[in-house]
Ligand binder design. Structure first.
Ligand code: IFM
Length: 420
C-alpha cells in the first residue's frame, strides 16, 4: 500500500494537483481511511497468510513544515510497525511514493542539490522512529516514473515538461537514494535497502515490422535496464528519442542497494514513429485473449520471467514489490494470480533469486490520476463506511501464497523472506 492512496486526509502537493483539476479521477479525500484503520489492515494481511506488508511513510505528515517533524505522526507509524511485527508481518517501508510536502517544490525541488539533504533528513528521522523494527527500506518507489511523469510529461507533480530540469532532477533523485541508503544503514543497522522499479515489456505493435521492433527493443532497455544499471555502475546514459539524453555519474550509487524491487503490471505495444509524449502514445492490446483489466491494461504474465531476469543481472535478490490488476468484478484476478505465480516459478527455475512477492494491493485505493474507478484490492472498500470486504480471490491468494512460501529461496534452505 502507499500512504496517500489509503490513509486519507493528508494535504500535500498531490492534494493541490487534484484541486487544480490535474487529475481525471477527482479527489482523494478519506482514501481507505487507513490512517485510522492500519491495525485492521494488518490483520487482514496476516489472515491471508502473508509474512510481509509494504507501506509508505507520508513525508508531508511527518515533516509538515520544513525542518519541523511531527512526533505524533512518527509515533503513529511506529505503532503500526509494532503491530505488523507482532502479527509476523515483515514491514517493508517505502519513503517516497510520489507525493511531497507542500513546501518541497518551492524550497528544495528535485532540480536543486538541497533536495538531497532534505530527503536524507526525512530518511534519518523516519529510521530513528521505526528502528529497530524495520529491516527493509525502499527509499524510492518508481523513481523513473516520477522523472518521466513529473519532469518530462507534466502529468504528475511538479508537472514540468523540461528536459534540462529532468536531467538535474534525475541526478538528485539518484543522489538522494544513495545518501538515504547511507543514513538508513547508520540509523537502522542491518537493514537492507532496495528500490521499487517499475518494469514493463514493450513489443512491436505490428509483428514483423523492423522499425516497431527496433523501437520496442530500445524502450525495453531504456525503461527497464538502463536506469537500473545506474545503481550498479554509478553511471547512467539514457537516450529518449529523438532529442533527450541524460548522462551522469554518482560514485555513491554502487553498493547502495541490497535488493532490487520490481513493480510489474503489463506490456505495451509500440509503433514507429512514436508519439512525442513520453508516457502516452503507446497502446495496450489484448492479443492473447486474456482480457484487458478494468483500466485497459493487457494481462501479460509471459513477460515477467525475462524482466525478473533483467533485474537479477544486478546480482542481488529480486523482490516483486508490486503486481496486480484493476478488476472490480474479480473475474480475472484468480487466473491473474495463477499465471503470475507460475511466472515467478519459471524465473526461479531459470536462476533468478526471487525473494518474495507483494501483491498490489490489499485494498481498493485511490489510483492517482484515475481516482476510485480502478479496483486493485483483494478487499473491496465501501466508499461510505470504509468496511473492507474480501473478494472471492482472497481464497486463491491464500492458497497460492501458502505454496509459494513453503518453497525455499532458490539455492538455500531459507524460507522466502523479503528481508535479506
Ligand atoms: O497504484 C500504483 C502505485 O502507486 C505505483 N505502481 C503502479 C500502481 C498501479 O497503477
Amino acid at each position: 500500500m502507499s500512504h496517500y492512496q489509503v490513509e486519507g486526509g493528508d494535504p500535500c502537493d498531490w492534494t493541490d494537483w487534484e484541486a487544480a483539476g490535474r487529475t481525471k479521477g477527482g479527489t482523494c479525500g478519506r482514501a481507505a481511511d487507513s490512517w485510522r484503520r492500519y491495525e485492521e489492515d494488518a490483520a487482514l494481511a496476516a489472515n491471508l497468510g502473508a509474512n510481509a506488508f509494504r507501506f509508505s511513510v507520508s513525508w508531508s505528515r511527518v515533516e509538515p513544515r520544513r525542518g519541523v517533524f511531527d512526533e505524533a505522526a512518527l509515533a503513529r507509524y511506529r505503532r503500526f510497525v509494532e503491530r505488523l511485527v507482532s502479527l509476523g508481518l515483515e514491514p517493508v517501508v517505502t519513503l517516497h511514493h510520489y507525493t511531497h510536502p507542500r513546501w518541497f517544490h518551492e524550497k528544495t525541488p528535485w532540480t536543486s542539490p538541497a533536495s538531497v539533504d532534505a530527503f536524507a533528513r526525512f530518511a534519518r528521522e523516519t529510521a530513528r522512529a521505526l528502528s529497530p523494527h524495520v529491516r527493509l527500506f525502499l527509499p524510492f518507489n518508481e523513481p523513473l516514473v516520477l522523472l518521466l511523469g513529473g519532469f518530462l510529461d507534466g502529468q504528475i507533480p511538479p508537472g514540468l515538461a523540461d528536459s534540462r530540469a529532468a536531467g538535474r532532477a534525475l541526478d538528485h533523485i539518484l543522489a538522494a537514494h544513495a545518501e538515504a541508503a547511507g543514513v538508513l544503514r547508520q540509523e537502522a543497522p542491518g537493514a537492507a535497502i532496495g528500490v521499487a522499479h517499475n518494469m514493463m515489456d514493450f513489443v512491436a505493435d505490428r509483428p514483423g515490422n523492423p522499425l516497431d521492433a527496433l523501437l520496442a527493443r530500445h524502450a525495453r532497455r531504456l525503461y527497464n535496464t538502463a536506469f537500473l544499471e545506474a545503481f550498479a555502475t554509478g553511471r547512467w546514459n539514457l537516450w529518449i528519442p529523438p532529442f533527450t539524453r541524460f548522462k551522469g555519474r554518482r560514485d555513491a550509487l554502487p553498493g547502495s542497494l541490497d535488493l532490487v524491487g520490481v513493480n510489474y503490471y503489463s506490456r505495451l505495444h509500440v509503433r514507429f514513429p512514436a508519439a512525442t509524449r513520453v508516457l502516452t502514445g503507446f497502446a495496450y492490446r489484448d492479443r492473447q485473449g486474456r482480457g484487458l483489466t478494468d483500466n485497459g491494461w493487457e494481462i501479460a504474465p509471459a513477460s515477467l520471467p525475462a524482466l525478473l531476469g533483467d533485474a537479477g543481472r544486478l546480482g542481488l535478490p529480486v523482490l516483486v514489490t508490486e503486481n496486480g490488476l484493476a478488476d472490480g468484478a474479480d473475474a480475472l484476478r484468480p487466473a491473474f494470480l495463477e499465471s503470475h505465480f507460475a511466472a515467478l516459478a519459471e524465473a526461479e527455475a531459470a536462476g533468478v533469486p526471487v525473494a518474495g512477492y507483494l501483491h498490489w494491493s490489499l485494498l481498493d485505493n485511490f489510483e492517482w490520476l484515475d481516482g476510485y474507478g480502478p479496483k486493485f484490492g483483494l478487499f473491496a472498500v465501501d466508499r461510505e463506511t470504509f468496511e473492507r470486504r474480501p473478494r472471492p480471490s482472497t481464497g486463491v491468494f491464500r492458497e497460492i501464497g501458502k505454496s509459494f512460501l513453503s518453497l525455499p529461496l532458490r539455492g538455500t534452505r531459507a524460507q522466502k523472506s523479503v528481508h535479506i
